[in-house]
Design a protein around this ligand. Sequence first.
Ligand code: ACO
Length: 437
Amino acid sequence: MSDNRETEGAAGLAGGAIQVKDTRTGAEAEIPIEHGAIRAAALLGIRSGPEDEGIVSYDPAFKNTANCISRITYIDGDRGILRYRGYPIEELAGNTSYLDIAWLLIHGELPTSAESAAWAAEVGAELGVPDPLPRILDGFNPDGHPMAMFIALLAGLGALHPESKQVTDPATRAAHVRRLIAAAPTLAAMTYRRGKGLDPVAPRADLSFPANFLNMVFGGEGSGYEVHPALEQAMDVLFVLHADHEQNCSTSAMRGVGSSHADPYSSAAAASAALYGPLHGGANEAVLRMLDEIGTRRNVPAFMDEVRSGKRRLMGFGHRVYKSYDPRARIIKKTAYEVFEVTGKNPKIDIALALEQAALEEDYFIQRRLYPNVDFYSGIIYEAMGFPVGLFPVLFAVPRMSGWAVQWNEMLEDREQKIARPKQLYLGQPKRPVPTA
Ligand code: ACO
């Protein structure tokens, strides 16, 4: 199925249709198949009588509903394939910078070296954020969760860039896609600094995108901090791996909120809020807390007993789409050892490896096709690099900003899209009178 969808692409499958018979009325209908899909609206024509509004497809949590046509990211969950604009993630990670990936997501092609340099300069010019934001940040307690601060600052940018509301104007959209990508690391670093009671560090456009981010987090005047090239490279790889992942929970939030023509900063704040949850991007934080709790390899069997009995989830395992090894997890696992060369080994990797081994041999996981996802090993790297655990979801949001922004733009360019508004099946009380006293 996914093979066909992929190879046939926009040209569509060779056509075909499904024939349905409504056993209530005996009526028959033919519903065309396009790109391996049927249009849900075609079901509206199947009615039991004149009063009937037609058949609705019921799909809690959108397990089998395509909400859009997209040309950005391709995933084949059975085969563990992830591609941005057709390029395999394994070939992009380590060979292409995150900023070039952002360009690729936006334009559909990798930049030439001249385009790459011009794009880096354009993003570099937008790294700073308007003055009121540090003052807003000061209003938070240092022990507040960095993701909550990030979401608030991001939404605050909407108030500071009211012109971004012109979402039907392509030039305005392009400007704010760029600004979102550029502002994300600056806001993220500010939340870290607030947590430590430190002043923000000004962005530096003379550094690479990941090096500037590391410097805004750990550097600053008098810190003596120098970005290590291996950590700069690892950060870039992590950014590349997290850049987009098609219609996940947070991207759907970005598209859904954006479909009401809210400004892109409000939509990105909503997407970040969706990412924050432990079942999505907050899983990287949850994995580290779980590893802390397990403490040592010896406790792995007891922990796995709890998972098997349904008391616990093995965080960082399982995925709605991947029913095989998440290709990003494989790359991250390798990157972890490159980071340890510089930082020293994070001993939690041994617990994680023991959990993975136990899970991959365990019937519970085999039957449910549960494998490590992107969040299983990323937190171990982040911790080795010196990031606090609460910052992990924010580290995910920084590069995902490019995916969100590009998906948002694609949604607004798509003439078939309208304000997102699912239906419900109402099974509540029928009309009844309010009781009188
Ligand atoms: N540990 C133990 N059991 C699990 C796990 C897990 N991590 N994930 C799924 N299962 C089990 C479920 O209990 C269920 O079992 P059942 O059939 O006996 O009821 C079965 O596997 C199917 O799970 P669902 O929850 O129905 O799968 P869904 O597609 O809705 O959920 C999700 C996917 C949310 C990622 C889930 O696997 C999970 O909670 N994983 C842990 C959290 C996590 O790592 N999230 C990050 C995902 S990657 C990302 O979003 C960036």
